[in-house]
Design a protein around this ligand. Structure first.
Ligand code: FCB
Length: 487
């Protein structure tokens, strides 16, 4: 992604106007697609890679739909050259992918693995040769199993191991990769991993989830410092979060309080320490019965509050929350984060998530692009003019290859179109959005849903590994070429 003076061109209809028009994006806007190592690479035990928590978790009966795992996934490890050719064919300007920590440094500590580093080096070279900018994420949820055995993200030492791993990756790839992301969605790592347990490592320990959130923040801070020490001047460091656009069910104080609680637990718990250098007081009070937060040691907030060059925002849908209803426990999974007997909303377990009207995606997630617009404006308003990028946005539908060989996914086209309009409206309103990455390039291993949910703009037949560009992929290529969306 290039930086510099930004000129917004295009039609001059007033911001927010609903009159359909051609909405041109800034000339240096970056168009990309995203994947993550465990979801696409496969080759789970090739080239010296050792197990991550997802290799272990996916083998626990009942944790993943159809007992699927990432052993083969989309076989991107072996097919990356073809996949990069596909990207180039779509006109992608950037590819956001993650490194597998246990491929780069098996076991999470000790000697780096040359074969693992070589794989990523070849991938980076291939991308650059095809004019696609590599955007690296260091941690997309696949902690080396040995580090989990030593306490996982509940163990402060994991943050230090992360910084070492960041330095190893930067030393090898930093001459060619300009944009680095420390973590992807630390909320999911902490609260789905250690509280609700729908993600690896599948633990149900609310206090550990809060500690994990802090250690993830610390990993981001220490990792950022390690990256800056290893990377050439001009390289940029980012963090990707999945902030919730939280809407209260009503303006009643109890509903507003529910929204405040969820906002603290999903948004401010990461954004405040990273961008302001403090944890929210209300969050500390909401969770005081679980922890005294003494895991935040002297100097930690200074380590965490180091400048970031870009904030990545992953957005899928807004949430509506209301006050607890007496005698009526909230229905698990309405929050969109998987059904569990254990809530991820630690300290605020009784907050009620409310189903939204309208036809949802195959994930059961509501479709409402206004949430993305409002979220971008809120971040801009509350945290200042930090450069933003949409690092994930997309939807799962029940795609299939028709008898004529085509994959028709008009719902995904409409999803992507409406969300790009929302991004454009935010840009017009003055928010500094530098790029957009659809989730995902390829159908892939969708965590606890296995291969049952398809998010790709490219269809993957997992039996043959055949790739078919979906109608949405062709549509996206047209958007990229025009640098504009209709709406
Ligand atoms: C995000 C994850 C990504 C994918 C999408 C659907 O939370 O970062 O890996 O699973 O959701």
């Amino acid at each position: 992604m290039r930086t510099g003076t930004r000129a917004v061109s295009g039609d001059t209809a007033s911001a927010g106007s609903r009159r359909a028009r051609t909405r041109a994006f800034p000339t240096d806007f970056v168009w990309g697609a995203a994947t993550a190592a465990y979801q696409v690479e496969g080759a789970a035990f090739d080239g010296g890679r050792t197990a991550s928590i997802w290799d272990t978790f996916s083998r626990v009966p009942g944790k993943v739909v159809n007992s699927d795992n990432g052993d083969i996934a989309a076989d991107h490890y072996h097919r990356f050259r073809d996949d990069v050719a596909l990207m180039a064919g779509l006109g992608l300007g950037a590819y956001r992918f993650s490194l597998s920590w246990s491929r780069v440094r098996p076991g999470g500590q000790g000697t780096p693995n040359p074969a693992g580093l070589d794989f990523y080096s070849r991938l980076v070279d291939e991308l650059l040769a095809k004019g696609v900018q590599p955007v690296v994420t260091l941690y997309h949820w696949d902690l080396p199993q040995e580090l989990e055995d030593a306490g996982g993200w509940g163990n402060r030492a994991t943050s230090e191991r992360f910084a070492e791993y960041a330095a190893i990756a930067a030393d090898r790839l930093g001459d060619r990769v300009e944009l680095w992301t420390t973590l992807n969605e630390p909320w999911c790592s902490a609260f789905l991993g250690y509280a609700s347990g729908v993600h690896a490592p599948g633990r149900h320990e609310p206090e550990v989830a809060l500690r994990a959130a802090h250690h993830l923040n610390l990993a981001h801070g220490l990792g950022t410092q390690a990256l800056r020490a290893s990377l050439p001047a001009g390289a940029r460091v980012a963090l990707t979060v999945n902030p919730a656009e939280v809407r209260p069910l009503s303006q009643e104080p109890a509903d507003l309080d529910a929204a405040r609680r969820v906002d603290a637990l999903q948004n401010r718990i990461f954004l405040d320490p990273v961008l302001r250098g403090s944890y929210p007081e209300d969050l500390i009070q909401d969770t005081a019965h679980l922890t005294d937060w003494s895991f935040v040691q002297d100097g930690d907030l200074e380590s965490i509050h180091v400048p970031v060059d870009l904030l990545g925002v992953n957005y899928y849908n807004p949430v509506v929350v209301g006050a607890p209803v007496a005698g009526d426990a909230p229905e698990p999974g309405v929050d969109g984060h998987g059904a569990s007997d254990f809530s991820p909303w630690v300290g605020s377990e009784s907050v009620r998530f409310v189903r939204m009207p309208g036809e949802p995606t195959a994930m059961g997630w509501p479709i409402d692009a206004s949430g993305l617009h409002d979220l971008l404006l809120r971040i801009h308003r509350d945290y200042g003019p930090i450069p933003l990028a949409i690092t994930e946005n997309g939807a799962a539908f029940h795609d299939y290859v028709g008898p004529d060989g085509e994959v028709r996914d008009p719902q995904r086209v409409e999803y992507l179109r409406s969300h790009l309009v929302a991004v454009h409206e935010a840009v017009e309103a003055g928010v500094d959005v530098r790029g957009y990455f659809c989730w995902s390039l390829l159908d892939n291993f969708e965590w606890s849903y296995g291969y049952s949910k398809r998010f790709g703009v490219v269809h993957v037949d997992f039996a043959t590994q055949r790739r078919t560009v979906k109608a949405s992929g062709n549509w996206y290529a047209d958007v990229i070429e025009a640098n504009a969306v209709q709406g």
